[in-house]
Write a protein that binds this ligand. Structure first.
Ligand code: ZN
Length: 293
């Protein structure tokens, strides 16, 4: 989701992208799993144990899919009886150091699995924007608060994971991709939440498609995000596309990967037409680039 005062210029920097890709993390596997752990399937997101990244944590074998939680939030678990793996989103606000998830076996027993979040220093971006988009009027603030409360309900949706298929996403729209995920943003001198998605440059009207099979769980016209569609890919893996000029789906629609969702636009608070694409895992916005081939 966009931070309160966010706005979407397109600071496309290949060097930042390279730096991001170089900052991949490492797997933390129990010794028993290390001996036989297959490489994580090429169809899963790349692991990057940093704030805004994804951890792939082996849960070992079990006859049935175990439940896993980050705090109280359910976590995506993939695999099969030979080896289950938790696919854990790490919040941009996560403190580097040790973190853990709780795993609950089908007999109800619980255990913690720890992993390490490495520090990552995201660049700072100074932005000059219309004052009314930084210091909101009481009306705009009330609207934003209503929308935020609504969105909290949307992102709490946790459905069955997709059948053992690929989590590798197609880009929702072709175009120049920014690596602005995670940028710390300072609007008119005031620090605000970081940029929590990927911006893709494209002309108004360019079709936007679903990055994976999905169920539409929300559509709306929001103060910062403009016309927005939230997609549920199962197991707490969601994506959102924002600033659309057209929304061609409705809540409850089932989409195949590549099926049209709407069209690129410049609605909400933007400097020009582009797609803002956010990917969420266990209610953490994570870097969409980790899901691309
Ligand atoms: Zn954006």
């Amino acid at each position: 989701m966009h931070s309160l005062p966010s706005r979407d210029p397109l600071p496309l920097s290949l060097s930042r992208r390279s730096a991001l890709l170089a900052a991949t993390g490492w797997l933390v596997l129990p010794a028993s799993a290390l001996a036989e752990a297959p490489a994580s399937p090429a169809t899963w997101p790349r692991a990057s144990q940093v704030p805004g990244g994804v951890a792939l944590l082996s849960l070992g074998p079990a006859a049935q899919r175990p439940l896993a939680y980050a705090g109280e939030v359910p976590v995506l678990v993939l695999g099969d009886a030979k080896e289950w793996t938790a696919v854990v989103g790490i919040a941009l606000s996560a403190t580097p150091g040790e973190a853990s998830i709780t795993v609950q076996a089908t007999d109800g027993s619980r255990r913690d699995i720890t992993y390490t979040v490495a520090p990552k220093r995201y660049s700072e971006q100074q932005l000059k924007v219309e004052p009314r988009t930084v210091d909101l009027s009481p009306e705009d603030l009330a609207r934003y608060e209503r929308e935020r409360a609504h969105q909290e309900g949307v992102v709490a949706i946790f459905s069955e994971p997709l059948p053992q298929g690929s989590l590798r996403m197609r880009v929702p729209v072709p175009g120049r991709r920014s690596s602005s995920f995670g940028l710390r943003r300072v609007f008119n001198g005031q620090p605000r939440n970081p940029h929590s998605g990927m911006d893709i440059a494209a002309a108004t009207g360019t079709p936007v498609v679903s990055p994976l099979p999905a169920r539409v769980i929300d559509t709306g016209d929001y103060f910062f995000n403009g016309n927005t569609v939230w997609l549920d890919h199962g197991g707490g893996l969601l994506s959102m596309v924002c600033h659309l000029s057209a929304v061609d789906v409705k809540v409850g629609d089932l989409l195949k990967a590549g099926e049209r969702v709407g069209a690129v636009g410049a609605t909400g608070r933007v400097t020009g037409p582009h797609l803002h694409w956010g990917v969420m895992l266990n209610r953490c916005m994570v870097d969409p680039a980790l899901f691309l081939a």
